[in-house]
Design a protein around this ligand. Structure first.
Ligand code: PPS
Length: 298
């Protein structure tokens, strides 16, 4: 087999269904090994639907855990410092492999819906920080990510992709179900539910909520320092947070950078008026009876 064929072999495989949830093929393959994962009571789980601010809240937490010491937070890329449980891709260590090298107290990342979440995290009552972002910005961010991260199938046109997003036919399935079921989990499990837009509007206020939730306190000036170091501009320029250290076969930043825009309301540059009307009508149905205070702009 020639090298071109080999490249095509690992690039853009179709999604695979696990318990009815569509996943990136490599992540679906990681679900077996993930069964042997054992949570520890002092773990902290960062849970999100993709493109909702995972990397941002991960960096904030690693900085909190290291007392705001940026040097210590430069020890490794974010995906090593905060193991991504179900991650697997050719040419990079899997989440389970990374976990073996991670000392307590561990920060963990997942995008899994509850149907696929390892039970051990619930049994050990692992604290969860969930970050949600408005659906329209998630859809646009996800579309750009599908284009640059070639572990996903080809997204098709934006109009095509938007339909797939609305029907839950994208990796990790339905956004609507994800944000709602994790909110529900918070009724019975220690969980802090945050919004990307709130973090954008007043990061200090949200970081204070996180500090209280994880039972830590930091001096005012350290909190200010964390706000500064975790701004979009700083994280975009930081190779330990911008994913530039991954091979381009996994993420091609020439197509679209991982740190793309980092704003609330960017969907307006991509949605047509007709798409917005269609989306809003469908959204009202899907989110009926839900009191989550999403904001699509600031
Ligand atoms: S992933 O791949 O699902 O883990 O991606 P995730 O980190 O959840 O989301 C990526 C989007 O978050 C934006 N981002 C930020 N916004 C504001 N401030 C900071 N510090 C920040 N860091 C990452 C990133 O730019 C992606 O959003 P878009 O809209 O595509 O720019």
């Amino acid at each position: 087999m020639g090298s071109m064929e080999l490249i095509q072999d690992t690039s853009r495989p179709p999604l695979e269904y696990v318990k009815g949830v569509p996943l990136i093929k490599y992540f679906a393959e990681a679900m077996g090994p993930l069964q042997s994962f054992e949570a520890w009571p002092d773990d902290l789980l960062i849970s999100t639907y993709p493109k909702s601010g995972t990397t941002w809240v991960s960096e904030i937490l690693d900085m909190i855990y290291h007392g705001g010491d940026q040097q210590k937070c430069s020890r490794a890329p974010i995906y090593i410092r905060v193991p991504f449980l179900e991650f697997k891709a050719p040419g990079a260590p899997s989440g389970m492999e990374t976990l073996k090298e991670t000392p307590a107290p561990r920060l963990l990342k997942t995008h899994l819906p509850l149907a696929l979440l390892p039970q051990t995290l619930l049994d050990q009552k692992v604290k969860v920080i969930y970050m949600a972002r408005n659906a329209k910005d998630v859809a646009v961010s996800y579309y750009n990510f599908y284009n640059m991260a070639k572990v996903h199938p080809h997204p098709g046109t934006w109009d095509n992709f938007l339909e797939k997003f609305m029907s839950g036919n994208v990796s990790y399935g339905s956004w609507y179900q994800h944000v709602r079921e994790w909110r529900e989990l918070g009724r019975t499990h220690p969980l802090l539910y945050l919004f990307y837009e709130d973090m954008k509007e007043n990061p200090k206020k949200e970081i204070r909520k996180i500090l209280e939730f994880v039972g830590r306190s930091l001096p005012e000036e350290v909190v200010d320092h964390i706000v500064k170091c975790t701004s979009f501009k700083e994280m975009k320029a930081n190779p330990m947070t911008n994913y530039s250290t991954l091979p381009s076969s996994i993420m091609d930043h020439n197509v679209s950078p991982f740190m793309r825009k980092g704003v609330a309301g960017d969907w307006k540059s991509t949605f047509t008026v007709a798409q917005n009307e269609h989306f809003e009508a469908h959204y009202a149905q899907k989110m009926a009876g839900c009191d989550l205070p999403f904001r699509s702009e600031l």
